[in-house]
Design a protein around this ligand. Structure first.
Ligand SMILES: [Zn+2]
Length: 404
């Protein structure tokens, strides 16, 4: 390993073109995945130049070269999509948005932040999380006669591959490693840890992967269970609370960017008409859910980032085909303004999963599928941001359940 260190250094670069503000924000956010030697990229306000903070000056040329390739891929993103709104809710609480919600959760002992994108929670945070999940589940059950399910937190890499995940978000995958099945290696690992201060991890050669990943999208584990099935005209609607893992590297923070979080998911399976109809009927239910908690919320055309090299094509496809909408709830941006936080998405998959997993609709064609995922912890953070910590600002219907 090269251990030369020349201290940190700042380098200015030109971007290949002037980029749109949202592309500039994506370049900054995804920069944690460019190089371990790169602290961050800051795009200047001209949106034509950027400053790199490099952790080790000895690697400057290597990092700069990599950053040029990265920003070239990111800058190709098409912007200026026709953003449409598909549903909207406006809160009646006239109080200000609450700042420092994550910090206040921790101060009150309602959240324990483990520091790497995982949280434990209790009290009002837990009660609100449960309530969001239960209200959404009850709405789906009432309107769509949903079947319920339960799925594991691990998922086979082959399933993720089939679902196209490594092609769209390779940077966010997590692989499970185990100590190799070797008496001496296991003993070495045991002895090393029996008297050590902190954990001594097995050396790389002593860890093997048997192809298990942490599940990064709530609906993926459902499709193998539908393999080979044929559905009748009634179609199929399945809903559950799923555990989801997305590696965020150094971006992990608070309840807004977790490595591990919970998603209330619903999946529709059937003919093209069936799935389109279910989506149409589901949008007002999301609005109803937002109204239950008295939240400002909008459902819009999605523009969320993919991994740099596929971002340009996939984002455009997604926006042009209306295959994905985001459920956006405004929160504070930490700079005195607000930003729209994605608290869920509405996805139309076409025949993709039907073909990949041999699922058939009543018309004999590969089934169409669609899903809606609601990020529970983000709903909690958004609701506390919009109503603060005074129970009287919360809607009467949920106040007592949350604050006890
Ligand atoms: Zn899904």
């Amino acid at each position: 390993m090269n251990t030369m260190t020349g201290g940190t250094v700042k380098v200015s670069i030109d971007l290949p073109m002037q980029v749109a503000p949202e592309v500039a924000a994506d370049i900054e956010k995804e920069s944690v995945f460019v190089s371990p030697k790169l602290e961050r990229i800051r795009v200047n306000s001209d949106h034509k130049t950027a400053v790199l903070e490099i952790r080790d000056a000895g690697f400057t040329s290597e990092v700069v070269e990599k950053v040029h390739r990265y920003v070239a891929a990111m800058a190709k993103q098409r912007t200026g999509f026709d953003i449409k709104t598909y549903g909207k809710s406006e809160r009646s609480d006239s109080g200000p948005y609450q700042s420092g919600v994550n910090e206040e959760f921790v101060r009150r002992g309602w959240v324990h932040d483990y520091g790497k994108g995982q949280v434990a929670y209790n009290g009002p945070v837990l009660r609100l999380a449960r309530l969001v999940n239960e209200k959404a589940g009850a709405l789906y059950a009432e309107h769509f006669n949903t079947a319920e399910g339960h799925f594991p937190g691990f998922i086979d890499a082959d399933v993720l591959h089939k679902c196209g995940y490594f092609d769209s978000h390779p940077n966010q995958a997590s692989f499970v490693g185990n100590v190799v099945e070797d008496f001496d290696v296991i003993e070495e690992f045991r002895v090393a840890n029996s008297c050590s201060e902190g954990a001594i991890l097995p050396q790389d050669a002593h860890i093997h992967q048997d192809g298990m990943c942490l599940n990064p999208a709530a609906c993926f584990p459902a499709y193998p269970t539908l393999q080979g099935k044929r559905f009748d005209e009634a179609g199929f609607s399945l809903s559950w609370l799923g555990r989801v893992f997305r590696y965020e590297s150094r971006n992990a923070s608070g309840l807004d960017r977790l490595y591990e979080f919970n998603v209330r998911e619903i999946v529709f399976v059937g003919t093209e008409n069936f799935v389109a109809n279910r989506r149409k009927r589901a949008l007002p239910l999301i609005v109803e859910l937002a109204k239950t908690f008295d939240l400002d919320m909008e459902i819009e055309t999605a523009t969320d980032p993919f991994f740099a090299t596929v971002s340009a094509s996939k984002k455009f496809f997604q926006a042009a085909m209306e295959v994905k909408n985001e459920i956006l709830i405004p929160v504070l941006d930490g700079k005195g303004g607000t930003k729209k936080m994605a608290c869920g998405s509405v996805n139309m998959h076409g025949r993709f999963f039907g073909e990949k997993f041999d699922i058939t609709a009543s018309d004999g064609e590969p089934a169409h599928t669609g899903c809606i995922g609601l990020g529970i912890e983000r709903w909690v953070l958004a609701a506390f941001t919009q109503h603060g910590f005074d129970p009287m600002r919360w809607p009467e219907g949920v106040r007592d359940e949350i604050f006890g």
